[in-house]
Design a protein around this ligand. Structure first.
Ligand SMILES: [Mg+2]
Ligand SMILES: [Zn+2]
Length: 214
């Protein structure tokens, strides 16, 4: 019993994690999604999340929801959307371990939401908080998203990053102008991005391609 507890503790404090942007990465980008019934999974999302679950890799969603700050929808909508997403994932045996969202905007926010917070991507606040809660080793982890700010948030948290060509990712330029984003590449789907990263985990090579220093 003691040994078993020790092993669980050891794996808990050191496991890798995958941080996922939500809109345009797991589900279709709907431009300020404001109705749970508009949640539509992207083709490889559920299977990929289930695969990560089965390997004991933490799966955390980190999503900017400035629609709250802008008054487009109430903060309570976020929990409804995430409950809907959970319902769509469950039949695949897929589960998001933790959701973090940022309701703020520094210049467009109304009332209490108008703050220069530490959680709005490209800042790393949501990733570092989730890492603490889930026992994720950031240096062995990956952030996947469809916008440049997602890649920056991953790098700012000490993770690698990957772009998916879904959502806004279809038109993101890979000319990062000397920014260091610990970038692994651009991939057609979530499955392809995770496949690439999984291969690097076992190989001993970190697989990082830093565009600032090619
Ligand atoms: Mg997105
Ligand atoms: Zn925030």
């Amino acid at each position: 019993m003691t040994e078993s507890t020790g092993n669980e503790f050891a794996s808990r404090i050191s496991r890798p994690g995958v941080f996922l942007d939500r809109d345009g990465t797991i589900i279709e980008e709907k431009h300020y999604l404001s109705r749970p019934e508009d949640v539509v999974l992207l083709p490889t999302a559920a299977d990929t999340i289930a695969r990560l679950n089965s390997l004991g890799i933490a799966v955390a969603v980190v999503t900017n929801q400035a629609g709250i700050a802008r008054g487009y929808f109430p903060e309570t909508l976020v929990a409804e959307v995430h409950a809907r997403l959970d319902d769509l994932l469950a039949p695949f045996g897929a589960k998001i371990d933790r959701y973090d969202y940022c309701p703020h905007h520094a210049t467009e926010g109304q009332g209490k939401y108008r703050i220069d917070c530490n959680c709005r991507k490209p800042k790393p606040g949501m990733l570092t908080r989730a890492a603490e809660e889930l026992g994720i080793d950031l240096s062995r982890s990956l952030m996947i998203g469809d916008r440049f700010g997602d890649l920056q948030a991953g790098a700012n948290a000490g993770c690698q990053s990957a772009l998916v060509r879904t959502g806004y990712g279809a038109s993101v330029s890979l000319d990062f102008e000397g920014e260091s984003v610990r970038f692994r590449g651009a991939f057609a789907s979530l499955a392809d991005a995770v496949d690439d990263w999984m291969r690097s985990l076992g190989s001993g090579s970190n697989g990082i391609r830093d565009l600032a220093d090619p």
